[in-house]
Design a protein around this ligand. Structure first.
Ligand code: FAD
Length: 455
């Protein structure tokens, strides 16, 4: 049996970037990946001259770790930064899309009624909640900002981030900074003011100031995991499905299946970046309580619909990141990114491309429906908003039955179990997009933290 210092399970962006940061520290790893390709949910393809992404189209540069990884991967010349007009976002209400471009735009927007705007301005004067227990985002936002603000602002925004539903999402797990603003400053608006002030002071004292740029790569988001894998290739075994993990005195024995044969490897340190529901099965004997909590993490279905048109077909001015749709609108999709407006090189000359997201927590019934009909209705609804004439020149549809982990109410119970597991198993690190944030930037930042903890 081969023996390794560190074995990483899963070659999505979490697993690969952990291996990359460890490699930067001079540490060798072995990565085991079930599929015949890397990137996990990150996948991109060039079709008819369009570059389509089938999950993340971009990520926001929130941490220093993103640039460090890009440098290690020698991809600086491949980076794309979103065009200026991508800072403008639209939210849908009453058959129209309403622009939001910075906090002041909330004052003038027709997205919210005068009554709702007054209700939002009352927020600093609303007493903080006394109970310490977690609550849903729906309860938090209605309590502090009112129902209309929840329905037409936060509801579509969380659909854009988590494909989630505010009535299920946990405030402490999904939006801990916002929850803390109420506890520490008595109000979100007051808390935001203090946070901005504290950050400005920290930046003056030399703390890293995130660019908050929206980033991608010339060939789509999958270019990043592909390049990392190329640089690490001898340490990566594809088509190897992990089927068993056993704890032994000096580490862990991992069984994986490749070409119908079972193999064993020994790891002194083990890092799992497998989806929660996959890891749950592997931990059913070692830790039944954590296994149960992992299984409780809900992953709704999410589909991407990539559309390519000739610009002459589109009546609406392409001047934004795209728009998000509130649940109340009852449309067939969650929102649309204006992909070729955000980044150059996404569509052939005189063409435009869009990525629409379907499904999510609010539309789980997509799984039981006639998908062809669902897609056609989506295109019809989208064409009306965008004033599009005719059919798309190119379209591509991809459905993931279990797509994005939800940081729902009850997540803090999982977190407690996870902390207990890590105390009992200091050489078995559980990571991935269901721990510490689900954006690509979060996954990369967590990877760097893990590598540092092993240095
Ligand atoms: C539709 C969609 C849109 C998104 N949009 C954005 C966005 O705009 N911006 C953003 O920043 N993020 C976005 N995200 C989130 C982000 O893309 C993901 O959270 C992130 O890529 C997850 O990476 P991961 O490595 O943690 O997990 P995964 O990508 O799920 O990787 C896990 C890996 O483990 C492997 N595996 C599973 N079982 C086994 C086994 N038994 N043995 C071996 N290997 C196994 C899988 O094959 C996979 O490669 C989006 C996600 C989705 C689905």
């Amino acid at each position: 049996m081969d023996s390794y210092e560190i074995v990483i399970l899963g070659a999505g962006i979490s697993g690969l970037s952990t291996a990359a940061f460890l490699n930067k520290q001079g540490k060798e790893t072995l990565i085991l990946e079930k599929r015949d390709k890397v990137g996990g949910v990150l996948s991109s393809k060039e079709i008819d001259g369009f570059t389509f992404d089938f999950s993340a189209n971009s990520t926001v540069e929130k941490y220093e770790s993103f640039q460090k990884l890009i440098q290690w991967a020698e991809l600086e010349d491949q980076l794309l930064i979103a065009n200026k007009n991508a800072s403008k976002k639209y939210l849908y209400r009453d058959q129209e899309i309403h622009a939001l471009d910075g906090p002041l735009s909330y004052i003038f927007t027709k997205l919210l009624s005068f009554k709702s705007k007054c209700r939002v301005l009352k927020e600093p004067f609303i007493s903080p909640r006394k109970e310490k227990e977690d609550e849903t985002m729906k309860d938090f936002v209605t309590r502090r900002f009112g129902q209309e603000f929840l329905d037409y602002t936060l509801n579509p925004l969380v659909a854009g981030v988590y494909a989630g539903d505010p009535k299920d999402l946990s405030m402490q797990a999904a939006y801990p900074e916002m929850a803390a603003m109420e506890t520490e400053h008595g109000s979100v608006i007051k808390g935001s003011y203090h946070t901005i002030k504290a950050k400005r002071k920290a930046y003056k004292n030399g703390a890293f100031k995130p660019s908050k740029n929206i980033m991608s790569l010339q060939k789509g988001m999958n270019q990043l995991p592909k390049r990392i894998a190329k640089k690490l290739s001898p340490q990566l075994i594809l088509k190897s499905k992990v089927t068993k993990i056993e704890k032994v005195e000096s580490g862990y024995i991992i069984t994986y299946t490749k070409d119908d044969k079972d193999y064993l490897v020994k790891a002194k340190k083990l890092i799992s970046t497998l989806p929660a529901y996959k890891l749950s099965k592997l931990l059913s004997t070692m830790s039944p309580s954590l296994s149960k909590e992992l299984d409780n993490i809900f992953y709704p279905p999410v589909a991407t619909l990539n559309l390519g048109y000739h610009k002459e077909q589109i009546g609406r001015k392409l001047d934004s990141f795209g728009f998000l749709v509130p649940e109340k609108a009852r449309l067939k999709y969650l929102g649309a990114l204006w992909s070729s407006t955000i980044f150059d090189h996404r569509a052939p000359k005189d063409h435009a491309s869009f990525t629409l997201f379907l499904g999510g927590s609010r539309n789980q019934e997509i799984l039981q429906n006639d998908l062809r009909k669902w897609v056609n209705e989506t295109i019809k609804e989208f064409s009306e908003i965008m004033m599009i004439d005719g059919e798309p020149k190119t379209k591509c549809f991809k459905l993931r039955e279990r797509a994005i982990p939800q940081y729902n109410l009850g997540y803090m119970d999982f977190k407690k179990e996870l902390d207990l597991f890590h105390l009992a198993n200091p050489n078995f690190i559980i990571s991935g997009n269901f721990v510490g944030g689900n954006s690509v930037s979060d996954c990369i930042n967590n990877a760097e933290k893990i590598a540092k903890s092993l240095s």
